[in-house]
Design a protein around this ligand. Sequence first.
Ligand code: ADP
Ligand code: MG
Length: 572
Amino acid sequence: MLKKFIGYYKPQKKLFFADMLCALVVAVCDLFYPMITRSIIQDYVPNKNLRLIIVWASVLLGIYLLKAGLNYFIQYYGHVMGVRIQAHMRKDVFTHLQKLPFAYFDENKTGVIMSRILNDLMEVTELAHHGPEDLFISLIMLLGSFIILCGINVPLTLIVFALLPVGVFLVAKLRTRMNHAFRVTREKTGEVNAELENSISGIRVAKAFTNKEGEIRKFEHRNREFVEARSDAYKVMGQFSASTNFFTDALNFTVLIAAACFLFAGAITVGDFVAYLLYVSMFLNPIRRLLAFVEQFQEGITGFKRFCEIMDQPEERDDPGAVPMGDEEARGDIAFEGVRFSYDNNTQILRDIDLHIGSGKTLALVGPSGGGKTTLCHLLPRFYELDDGSIQIGGRDIRQYTRHSLREHIGIVQQDIFLFTGTIRDNIAYGRLGATDEEIVEAAKRANLHDFILSLDDGYDTYVGERGVRLSGGQKQRISIARVFLKNPPILILDEATSALDNATEHLIQESLAELSQGRTTLVVAHRLSTIKNADEIVVLTPEGIAEQGNHHRLLEQGGIYAELYNSQFAE
Ligand code: ADP
Ligand code: MG
């Protein structure tokens, strides 16, 4: 997995090495300052060597300017590298999601998938960008100062470095507590957000049931929990900052006393003394960085693991030897033979379904809700895999066609209509990307939608808000019908395409649908039986399987489920 992670650095190789080089130079620059100060104090000042003092002061100034430039580079390009890596991963996961089967989206909630793509990858980016830099800089700082100080005086250096583990322990301990506190805070923030979203989405229900007080109380509760969690976090934060400050002070103090003793004993010079104090005051920074790295590594790798979990989901693949479906084949007969299907290998939804739809004919599915009508419709474009049996189009098993070509030849008006954020034009054009404006208008006309669209202020450019909130169910349905008109496929699936419509609109749409199914092989599911009376074949599907089959008149004569359903609707 680490290999995969490192793989994402490859396209950013140049930036990465430039970033590391800058980090190296910055760390080395920082190591210079105490050494220069030491030389000035112990050599140049006693020798009154003004020239060297000026030279080294200028060098120092130069180093600071260089550092400023490098820090700019690290900040700017380091983040750019991080965000590029993130974009690369996001693109990969998005592309992969597009290829995952329906079943994946049945099992995983949209919110969870989103949080994986957004939040988890955010943590991965943090690691990708800061990780190597933090590790590198802090190791060089600690190692560099250790070597330099050992060069001055080994026993004193060992005393100083013996204290470091205490600091590491302290920072590590408090950081864990701080992380825990902030994790709780994040959860509470999420809960407040969820409460807010839930309450605003449901405001109409709340008003209708005059539940204002209840809503406010629920929100207050969450809000209070949020404040408490935050307060806890700030408490730990206060402890963290107070103790790390105290540790630095204690370290400085110890070094001051110890170095003073060494100085007094003549083991080190005044310059060495100052150098020790300066190096030690810099120590806490690399320790913090090192611990930040450990933590970032944990969080980042966890995030990356979750990213890999999605990437490892098997995508929909064409069967070996699959060929593109031709127009001729798509116009052929459709046959279901001994089809068995279950979503979870447990509950049989469809058992031994045999159906035949002649080329250009219409087959209607009716039956109780939950009987498996929608499921059956979803099997034709191969949204799910069969447990047993086969489905043929044009005399060939659908598994012998590429999925892409199979779906290209099928138009579906689904039960749940989804509109993308964008204009009405965009949404109709989704039926066939690249369609001309004339074609889009033509499709809208055929879906009986054109006049309605023109009555809107912005016409075809009317923006369809979040999930088309501003349109009625019937209007949305007609947009989805227009989409299919535009796609113009030889095979048509209408799954309760008119269920969201009132009687008058349904009548209008019925004409468009009748026109749409002209010359196309059609599978239609209808709740209102008046709409499918003229179907060539009607199949009554129940959870037990196909109960009745025949045309309208035959089924009425038969006096079974269909006749009963029809009579009860007719009586209404
Ligand atoms: P119908 O369209 O006839 O009302 P469906 O095909 O929607 O029936 O549903 C048939 C059965 O399959 C129902 O029991 C339903 O709960 C179940 N079902 C539908 N979709 C899924 C799914 N994505 N995952 C698991 N079970 C499902
Ligand atoms: Mg259904």
